[in-house]
Write a protein that binds this ligand. Structure first.
Ligand code: HEC
Ligand code: HEC
Length: 339
């Protein structure tokens, strides 16, 4: 009678061990899904807390071409709300109609990032504000020039008083108002979010397989992590060439930061072609092909970037997944500049 006991054990344990080995290789979709739940409220810094008056003023300033020398381009000329807060150009074009060296990045969900710019040299939204304004080839203005222009407009004098308690129009106040507005630039609910929240039909079977590849074979989640799909960090994915060294300029002795750029969010990614810091990749299909090949093999390239050997179906699934990250269209008013 003893023989029955081990065979029973085998019957029970064999399927269990098979199940365990499958779980080791295939990601556990339910627990992965939970990692992408949006929870955090917009963070505002202690030295620039939210106020409705500041946000409203910042919104008006963001859309006002008064910040460019020619008076024709505003922040919103490059960061366009209906293009995922980018401009659809491979390289940004400034006030003098010359191309800059970088593509306009999205502003979506920037409130959660503590390093901004493709190379991360800015530490806050406040700090970014005057960089495009005074940059040669971008808006071509001076700090005093901007303050003088704004102070000549009675409506602005009133709006600065409402936001800050008195009528002084200073660089710091402009930065605070713009940044308060920019923190409200948050991605909207996408089909992917509805799926994460439990609606199993919100995305199709191909996109669900793509999600598994994103978090498994593709290892995309190692950098595009969490609900905003970014680790806020800098990597060489094997795209940039020659002296285009990104964050390497700030850390010349670091091997890994050579050619490293900020991991962009993948929110609204379908609205934001062309892709990468240099706009060199025209479509999402081409982005996936690039990761499939693994980019240029060199010492700076991130460890996780290597040829993926994806099948045609796997590439299609990954694309279907990326397409579920585009949120409901957001309607953003473009206020008429006060004059
Ligand atoms: C000519 C197009 C253009 C204009 C106008 C422009 N930007 Fe940008 N913006 C860019 C480019 C290009 C970058 C990337 C710069 C870099 O990485 O060094 C950028 C980067 C940024 C970033 C950092 C985003 C991130 O996630 O890293 C912020 C914030 C920003 N701009 C806000 C503004 C504001 C505010 C204004 C108006 C005062 C403005 N921009 C005007 C093209 C533009
Ligand atoms: C080692 C970190 C890392 C991994 C892994 C990674 N990415 Fe990226 N991703 C980045 C960085 C950094 C950039 C920006 C590079 C640049 O501009 O030169 C980027 C850019 C992109 C872009 C373009 C976004 C834009 O706004 O221009 C897409 C789309 C993208 N990645 C998707 C993926 C997919 C899909 C995978 C998995 C197959 C993946 N990434 C794996 C770091 C990573």
């Amino acid at each position: 009678m003893n023989w029955k006991f081990p065979s029973l054990l085998v019957c029970v344990l064999l399927p269990l061990s098979v199940a365990a080995s499958v779980a080791d290789t295939a990601p556990d979709i339910a627990s992965l899904r939970a990692k992408y739940l949006r929870t955090d409220p917009i963070p505002y810094p202690d030295d620039d807390p939210y106020s409705a008056a500041k946000a409203k003023l910042g919104h008006t300033l963001f859309f006002d071409p008064i910040f460019s020398a020619s008076g024709t381009i505003s922040c919103a000329s490059c960061h366009k709300p209906d293009r995922g807060w980018e401009d659809g150009l491979p390289l940004a074009v400034g006030d003098a109609r010359h191309s800059l060296k970088l593509k306009t990045p999205t502003l979506l969900d920037d409130a959660w990032l503590d390093r901004l710019g493709w190379d991360g040299r800015f530490h806050s939204l406040e700090q970014v504000t005057f960089a495009p304004i005074v940059a040669n080839g971008n808006m071509d203005m001076s700090e005093v020039g901007v303050e003088t222009r704004l102070a000549s407009i009675p409506q602005y004098v009133q709006d600065f008083s409402a936001a800050f308690g008195d009528a002084a129009i200073t660089r710091k106040r402009i930065e605070m108002a713009m940044a308060t507005y920019e923190r409200s630039i948050v991605s909207t609910e996408a089909p992917f979010d509805r799926w994460v929240e439990g609606d199993d039909n919100a995305i199709n079977a191909s996109a669900k397989r793509g999600f598994a590849i994103f978090n498994g074979k593709g290892r995309c989640n190692e950098c595009h992590s969490g609900w905003a799909f970014t680790d806020g960090s800098f990597h060489d994915i094997g795209v940039a060439k020659d002296d285009d060294i990104g964050r390497g300029r700030l850390f010349p002795t670091s091997v890994k930061l050579r050619h490293a750029f900020k991991t962009p969010t993948l929110r609204d990614v379908t609205l934001r072609a062309p892709y990468m810091h240099d706009g060199s990749v025209p479509t999402l299909e081409a982005v996936i092909d690039l990761y499939d090949k693994g980019g240029v093999d060199r010492p700076s390239r991130a460890e996780v970037i290597k040829p993926l050997h994806l099948s045609g179906q796997e590439k299609a699934d990954l694309l279907a997944f990326l397409q579920t990250l585009t949120g409901k269209p957001q309607h953003v008013d473009a206020p008429t500049p006060p004059r």
